[in-house]
Every structure is written in C-alpha cells, then in structure tokens.
Design a binder for this molecule. Sequence first.
Ligand SMILES: Cc1cc2nc3c(=O)[nH]c(=O)nc-3n(C[C@H](O)[C@H](O)[C@H](O)COP(=O)(O)OP(=O)(O)OC[C@H]3O[C@@H](n4cnc5c(N)ncnc54)[C@H](O)[C@@H]3O)c2cc1C
Ligand code: FES
Length: 366
Amino acid sequence: MFDVLTAAGVLAGLGAFLALLLVLAEKTLKSGGPTRLTVNDDQPRLVDGGDPLLGALKEQGIFIPSACGGRGSCGMCKVVVRSGGGPVLPTETPHLKPEELEQGVRLSCQLKVRNDMTIRIPPELLEVEEYTTKVAAIEEATYDIRRLRLEFPKGTQFSFRAGQYIQLEAPIYDGLAEPAYRAYSVSSSPHTPGTLEVLIRKVPRGICTTFVHELLVAGDTVKINGPYGEFTLRETPAEAVFIAGGSGMAPFESILADMAQRGIAKKVTYFFGAVSMRDIYDLERMAEFEETLPEFRFVPALSRPAKGDQWHGETGLITDVVARHYGSMADMEAYLCGSPGMIDACIKVLLDKGMEEGNIYYDKFT
Ligand SMILES: Cc1cc2nc3c(=O)[nH]c(=O)nc-3n(C[C@H](O)[C@H](O)[C@H](O)COP(=O)(O)OP(=O)(O)OC[C@H]3O[C@@H](n4cnc5c(N)ncnc54)[C@H](O)[C@@H]3O)c2cc1C
Ligand code: FES
C-alpha cells in the first residue's frame, strides 16, 4: 500500500515538475529576454524578445500600416529587415515579390523578434501618432454605412493629405483577445483642423465594424493612429475618372473637398456604383461639388434597382457604365476605391480602353 502511494506521489511530482519545465520553456522561448531593435540607424531600442515585430514597434510608439490586424492577409505591414530576421516564413511568401525578397522585405506581423534586429521603414511612418478622439457624431449614411465624426483633443495637430487613411482601434469586447486595428479612409476635408470623418460599412461578423455599428455611441472615445497611404490626387493636366462603390466614397469626398478649397480645376468624372437606391448617399454633397468645381461631374449608377425605386440615372454594372462613356482612355488617369473585386474588374476595363497601368491608382478595401 505504502509503495503504491509513494509511486503515485513520485508520478504526481514528476508531472508537476514537467509542467513547470514546459511553462518555463514557453516563457523563455516567447520572451527571449530583452532584444535590441534598431530602426533607420536610430539608437537601438530594448524590446521584449518573442513578440511579433509589428507589436514590438507599436510598443515603441512606431505604427506600421496593418489593415488586417496582423492576420497576415493584407500584406501592408512590410518593413525591410537588414539583419536578425531569420528565414522568411511560409505565411509571408504569398505577399512578397521576388525583388522584395531580395531586398529583405518582411511582413512585420508575422516575423517575431527573437534576436537583435536592424530594420528600415519609410521615414514618414515615424511621424505617425496615436490619438484618443471623441466620437462627436454618428450618422447613418445608408442602412449599412455609418459616418463618424471624430474630435481631437484641444490643441492637437493632425494633418493629412486628402485620400489618406487612418487606423481605428476596436477595443477588447465580447471575448476579443486583444484590440484590433482596421484602416478607414478619411472622408472629410484636410482643411478642418480638430475633427475628421470616416465612412464605415458594416461587414457581417467583422470585428471592427461590429464594434462601430453595434457598440459605439456618440460621446465615446476611440483611438486612432495615422495618417497613412499614397492614394492622393496627382495634380497633372490629365483628365481623370474616379470610380467607387459603398464606403469607397470616403477618400473621394476628402479629395473633392480639397480640390474645392484649393481651386484645383482638373477635369474629373466620378462614377459611383450602387445596387439600388438604398445604397446611394451624399447626392447633395456631390451636387454641391458640381456647383463649385466646374470641371466635375458625378455619375451614380444602379446595377439592380429595387421595385419602386424612382431612378432616372445610369443603370448597369459600374464597369459597363464607364466603358459606355469613353472611347480611348489613353491619356487619362483613374482613381479607384472599394472592394478588391470591383477594383480588379475596373482595371481590366481601363487597360482595355488603352489607359496606362502607371496612371491607375487605387486603394483596395481588403
Ligand atoms: C487602405 C484601406 C482603407 C480602407 N478604408 C475603408 C473605409 O473608408 N471604409 C470602410 O468601410 N472600410 C475600409 N477599409 C476596410 C476596413 O479596413 C476593414 O477591412 C473592414 O471594415 C472590415 O473590418 P472588420 O474588422 O469589421 O472585419 P474583419 O474582422 O477583419 O473580418 C472581415 C471578414 O473576414 C471574415 N473573418 C474574420 N475573421 C475570420 C476568420 N478567422 N476566418 C474566416 N473569416 C474571417 C469576417 O466574417 C468578415 O467577413 C479599408 C481598407 C484598407 C486596406
Ligand atoms: S498586418 Fe496584414 S499582413 Fe501584416
């Protein structure tokens, strides 16, 4: 009897000891101790080894674009790793072109900081800051698109270029393990200091959009960081088309407000694709831009008007509507914003019409 009890005790002790070893191993592997991270030849910073590079940089107040919140699907969190990165991971390769692999480009959300590391990032990312803003107003632009007006704390300077985007934080809610960041184009004018607006379309079961559409109320605070992006108007004499659907309207409202404010007289036709009347919004704003910008025209189109929709405008897929409007588009520029599917279909039409690939600019809402 005594032997059986002793054996059981020894086994239990051994089990506890092994469990302790496992916890220690896990801790050692994750933490890896303090590690030196050098960014753009700056003084090395001490960071916790074992964290993804994206998070380690954020802890240091350095924000890298991360539209998918670190899931490895958007490919936007690229940095150049000069040393200490280890082998490229299978989760990174689908997003890296051969020339990027040669230059040491890596996905910062996938790569963990395990050794001392030296990286390069575009210098403008060092200017990106985090702000705690107040939700001054929420407006239902359509049944599934909300316009948020965010107010910066008094005295805060936030400047951006029309067409750029910010990242908005969905804090921990309903079992979310950590805050999630998503990209949203600024829809308001860059000439309204102290506030900014975004248009956010609800995505079924989406982490951030569920937070914005179901939990956020006026008066709450919300964290954002930015600005990011290169989706800005090229001030060339070339005629341009803008093409958008849904909340892809956002950067164009900002660009048009900026054009109106600065008196930019570029010839622009804006094609906005919607399914039916319930997806159409901001017609009055567009009419105002047509008044102030003599070379601007707004062309909304419905692909499937609902029964009872009083619609006298264009109908059909937005790609067909654009194709109908033009012969050759060889000397023109295009700016596209919306879902990846819509953008890819538009690019095909524009190339078929003779537009040069280098004159097509877009922000895909991945
Ligand atoms: C540059 C840029 C600008 C943008 N600007 C805007 C804008 O102005 N307005 C706007 O509305 N959007 C914009 N977006 C899109 C936006 O960033 C978000 O991607 C979008 O709002 C969805 O976020 P979410 O957190 O709600 O959805 P997510 O939680 O990211 O989910 C997206 C989809 O994936 C599915 N999903 C989530 N997790 C999983 C999983 N584990 N397995 C399988 N499926 C899953 C969800 O069900 C959902 O259908 C922009 C994107 C980019 C890149
Ligand atoms: S954050 Fe999207 S791939 Fe890294």
